[in-house]
Design a protein around this ligand. Sequence first.
Ligand SMILES: [Zn+2]
Ligand SMILES: [Zn+2]
Length: 150
Amino acid sequence: MELAVPVEPLAFGGQTYTAGGQVDVRLDVSRTTGAGYALRLRYDLRLSGPCMRCLEDAGAPVVIDVREVHQPTDDDENLISEYLEENELDLRSWVRDALVLALPVQIVCGEECLGLCGVCGANLNHDPAHEHEPEPDPRWAKLSELKLDG
Ligand SMILES: [Zn+2]
Ligand SMILES: [Zn+2]
Protein backbone atom coordinates (compact mmCIF):
# COMPACT_ATOMS: atom_id res chain seq x y z
CA MET A 1 0.00 0.00 0.00
CA GLU A 2 1.05 3.59 -0.57
CA LEU A 3 0.95 5.98 2.36
CA ALA A 4 1.94 9.58 2.99
CA VAL A 5 3.95 9.86 6.20
CA PRO A 6 4.93 13.15 7.86
CA VAL A 7 8.68 13.72 8.24
CA GLU A 8 9.88 16.31 10.75
CA PRO A 9 12.95 18.40 9.97
CA LEU A 10 16.09 16.57 10.97
CA ALA A 11 19.03 17.97 12.94
CA PHE A 12 22.27 16.59 11.55
CA GLY A 13 25.85 17.77 11.87
CA GLY A 14 24.76 21.05 13.47
CA GLN A 15 22.43 21.87 10.54
CA THR A 16 18.75 21.25 9.85
CA TYR A 17 17.54 19.22 6.89
CA THR A 18 14.00 18.91 5.63
CA ALA A 19 12.25 16.34 3.48
CA GLY A 20 9.38 18.49 2.27
CA GLY A 21 7.12 17.79 5.26
CA GLN A 22 6.02 14.34 4.21
CA VAL A 23 7.03 11.44 2.07
CA ASP A 24 5.09 8.88 0.04
CA VAL A 25 6.10 5.45 1.19
CA ARG A 26 5.33 2.00 -0.06
CA LEU A 27 4.52 -0.51 2.66
CA ASP A 28 4.21 -4.22 2.03
CA VAL A 29 2.81 -6.39 4.79
CA SER A 30 2.59 -10.14 4.68
CA ARG A 31 1.73 -12.67 7.35
CA THR A 32 4.40 -15.11 8.32
CA THR A 33 3.70 -18.77 8.99
CA GLY A 34 4.26 -18.14 12.71
CA ALA A 35 1.29 -15.75 13.06
CA GLY A 36 3.57 -12.74 12.76
CA TYR A 37 4.22 -10.12 10.12
CA ALA A 38 6.90 -9.45 7.59
CA LEU A 39 7.06 -5.77 6.69
CA ARG A 40 8.89 -3.97 3.96
CA LEU A 41 9.16 -0.20 3.76
CA ARG A 42 10.38 1.62 0.68
CA TYR A 43 10.65 5.28 -0.14
CA ASP A 44 13.01 7.80 -1.58
CA LEU A 45 13.31 11.47 -0.91
CA ARG A 46 15.63 14.37 -1.26
CA LEU A 47 16.86 16.05 1.91
CA SER A 48 17.49 19.74 1.54
CA GLY A 49 19.55 21.99 3.73
CA PRO A 50 22.94 23.67 3.84
CA CYS A 51 26.23 22.24 2.67
CA MET A 52 28.18 21.27 5.81
CA ARG A 53 31.32 22.93 4.48
CA CYS A 54 30.20 26.15 2.80
CA LEU A 55 26.57 26.52 4.05
CA GLU A 56 25.18 27.07 0.54
CA ASP A 57 22.04 25.16 -0.42
CA ALA A 58 22.74 21.47 -0.80
CA GLY A 59 20.84 18.26 -0.59
CA ALA A 60 21.19 14.53 -0.52
CA PRO A 61 19.07 11.88 -2.21
CA VAL A 62 18.12 9.07 0.14
CA VAL A 63 16.76 5.71 -0.98
CA ILE A 64 15.23 3.47 1.66
CA ASP A 65 14.40 -0.22 1.42
CA VAL A 66 14.13 -1.81 4.87
CA ARG A 67 12.40 -4.80 6.37
CA GLU A 68 11.08 -5.79 9.74
CA VAL A 69 9.89 -9.16 10.96
CA HIS A 70 7.51 -9.30 13.86
CA GLN A 71 7.07 -12.74 15.32
CA PRO A 72 5.68 -12.31 18.84
CA THR A 73 5.24 -16.02 19.46
CA ASP A 74 8.98 -16.51 19.10
CA ASP A 75 11.21 -16.07 22.16
CA ASP A 76 13.93 -14.47 20.02
CA GLU A 77 13.99 -10.75 20.81
CA ASN A 78 15.31 -9.98 17.34
CA LEU A 79 11.97 -11.03 15.95
CA ILE A 80 9.97 -8.47 17.92
CA SER A 81 9.63 -5.24 16.00
CA GLU A 82 9.89 -2.10 18.09
CA TYR A 83 7.51 -0.41 15.63
CA LEU A 84 4.63 -2.82 16.12
CA GLU A 85 2.43 -2.92 19.15
CA GLU A 86 -1.01 -4.50 19.43
CA ASN A 87 -1.12 -4.78 15.64
CA GLU A 88 -0.51 -1.06 15.23
CA LEU A 89 2.48 0.07 13.26
CA ASP A 90 4.38 3.19 14.28
CA LEU A 91 5.17 4.03 10.69
CA ARG A 92 6.28 7.55 11.45
CA SER A 93 9.09 6.37 13.77
CA TRP A 94 10.13 3.66 11.37
CA VAL A 95 10.32 6.12 8.47
CA ARG A 96 12.40 8.50 10.55
CA ASP A 97 14.78 5.89 11.99
CA ALA A 98 15.39 4.42 8.55
CA LEU A 99 16.17 7.89 7.26
CA VAL A 100 18.64 8.62 10.06
CA LEU A 101 20.43 5.29 9.44
CA ALA A 102 20.69 6.03 5.72
CA LEU A 103 22.18 9.52 6.06
CA PRO A 104 25.45 10.11 4.26
CA VAL A 105 28.51 10.86 6.40
CA GLN A 106 28.36 14.48 5.29
CA ILE A 107 25.95 16.52 3.24
CA VAL A 108 27.93 18.72 0.87
CA CYS A 109 27.10 20.75 -2.24
CA GLY A 110 29.79 18.79 -4.06
CA GLU A 111 32.71 16.53 -3.18
CA GLU A 112 35.10 19.23 -4.29
CA CYS A 113 33.53 21.94 -2.12
CA LEU A 114 36.29 24.07 -0.62
CA GLY A 115 34.27 25.29 2.34
CA LEU A 116 34.72 28.56 4.16
CA CYS A 117 37.88 30.49 4.93
CA GLY A 118 38.85 29.81 8.55
CA VAL A 119 39.99 33.41 8.99
CA CYS A 120 37.25 35.57 7.47
CA GLY A 121 34.46 33.11 6.63
CA ALA A 122 34.45 33.85 2.89
CA ASN A 123 33.16 31.10 0.59
CA LEU A 124 36.31 29.65 -0.96
CA ASN A 125 34.33 28.19 -3.89
CA HIS A 126 33.75 31.73 -5.09
CA ASP A 127 37.26 32.87 -4.32
CA PRO A 128 39.66 29.92 -4.38
CA ALA A 129 42.78 32.08 -4.62
CA HIS A 130 41.84 33.81 -1.40
CA GLU A 131 44.76 34.39 0.98
CA HIS A 132 45.58 36.18 4.19
CA GLU A 133 48.84 37.50 5.54
CA PRO A 134 49.87 35.23 8.37
CA GLU A 135 48.91 36.85 11.67
CA PRO A 136 51.97 37.91 13.68
CA ASP A 137 52.25 36.01 16.92
CA PRO A 138 52.03 38.67 19.65
CA ARG A 139 54.26 36.65 21.99
CA TRP A 140 57.20 37.37 19.73
CA ALA A 141 58.44 40.89 19.18
CA LYS A 142 61.14 41.72 16.71
CA LEU A 143 64.38 42.42 18.51
CA SER A 144 65.08 45.30 16.13
CA GLU A 145 61.94 47.05 17.36
CA LEU A 146 62.76 46.73 21.03
CA LYS A 147 64.74 49.32 22.83
CA LEU A 148 67.17 47.52 24.99
CA ASP A 149 68.43 49.61 27.85
CA GLY A 150 72.10 48.69 28.18
ZN1 LIG B 1 29.67 23.52 -0.25
ZN1 LIG C 1 39.52 34.76 4.34
